[in-house]
Unconditional design. Structure first.
Length: 348
């Protein structure tokens, strides 16, 4: 296949592209606007592959999307381009509405026009794979339930509401126009090349610099943690083997409280980069985020039963790999923080 990956310079998108180019015979067109979280350095290992092409394009730019489709003629679209940080969505929701809703609509329409012009065999094999989040389902506080593919949507933040909206658009384009779409909803990702606004990279870098390790509220928020390279493998399974019209939840089977995640990072750093004091002494509890969901948890049984995917990393192995990567790639971390963001709190 030739796969058009939107948001391919981002954290998950770059992992998807590395996985495809290193482990399959497929080719990739990376379409990315290169906003603050998009970084082509995350693709240096594969950027000289003959099967790889890059297009710096905004998914809201219909004319440029039409050009890309006409020039590259993809067999599938994997749509990962999105604004994705809850705290940023509280500070400035407009960008989330524009990219996640208007951008998804624009991409769907460009894809539909391109798909309509394919021959019947090409139409049958084409896929539009929309990558979403478990946050669209809302909060599992007070229950032992898991999110399934039929859980009703109850988004809590501007970010999750915008992703829920994009999910609904994708389903509507299948129902109304017949565009062959598939949706996946994933749990919290972590791993190499993660922009340091998110919990795990932020804590690693702050710890090493002797800065406070901020934890919202009591740190009792529970998330299911999914190693990004496991997620990349799952997404390729879905785009190549998934059933049109289906939704697949992807999780890591690793429910952890935020305080436990931070303490585990501190323990690894105590071992690998010892200092005079325990890194845990840098933990600081701060006022909780507005509308903060307490618990997310994914039932990933469907993708395991139907497509044979399950995560290979435990939280212990994945987190150690992640800490090792940040210790070995401090220059990358410095370069991606271009002065506009210095790991300060957003969305307060």
């Amino acid at each position: 296949m030739k796969i058009l990956v939107t948001g391919g310079a981002g954290f998950i998108g770059s992992a998807v592209i590395r996985n495809i180019l290193e482990n399959t015979t497929d080719s990739v067109v990376n379409l990315d606007k290169l906003t603050y979280a998009g970084n082509l350095e995350s693709l240096l290992l594969v950027s000289d592959y003959p099967k790889y092409a890059f297009e710096q394009v905004d998914i809201c730019d219909r004319a440029e999307l039409d050009r890309v489709f006409a020039e590259h003629k993809p067999d599938a679209v994997m749509h990962l381009a999105a604004e994705s940080h809850v705290d940023r969505s509280i500070d400035g929701p407009a960008a989330f509405i524009e990219t996640n809703i208007v951008g998804t609509y624009t991409l769907l329409e460009a894809t539909r026009q391109y798909w309509s012009g394919l021959d019947e065999q090409q139409k049958l094999s084409f896929r539009f794979h929309h990558i979403s989040t478990d946050e669209v389902y809302g909060d599992l506080e007070g229950t032992t339930d898991l999110f399934t593919e039929t859980t009703s949507y109850e988004p809590s933040s501007p970010y999750s509401a915008s992703k829920a909206s994009s999910d609904h658009l994708v389903r509507a384009w299948l129902r109304t126009y017949g565009l062959p779409t598939i949706i996946t909803n994933c749990s919290n990702n972590y791993g190499p090349y993660h922009f340091p606004e998110k919990l795990i990279p932020l804590v690693i870098l702050n710890a090493l610099e002797g800065k406070p390790l901020p934890i919202y509220g009591k740190g009792d928020q529970i998330r299911d943690w999914l190693y990004v390279e496991d997620h990349a493998r799952a997404l390729y399974k879905v785009v190549s083997e998934g059933v049109i019209g289906e939704t697949y939840n992807i999780g890591g089977h690793n429910e952890k409280q935020n305080i436990e995640v931070v303490q585990t990072i501190c323990e690894i750093l105590n071992e690998l980069v010892p200092q005079q004091t325990d890194y845990k002494e840098q933990i600081t509890f701060v006022t909780d985020r507005p509308g903060h969901d307490l618990r997310y948890a994914i039932d990933a049984g469907k993708i395991e039963r139907e497509l044979g995917w399950k995560p290979t990393e435990t939280f212990a192995t994945g987190l150690r790999k992640t800490v090792d990567w940040y210790l070995a790639n401090n220059n990358w971390c410095k370069r991606v923080q271009d002065g506009s963001y210095q790991r300060e709190r957003l969305g307060a």
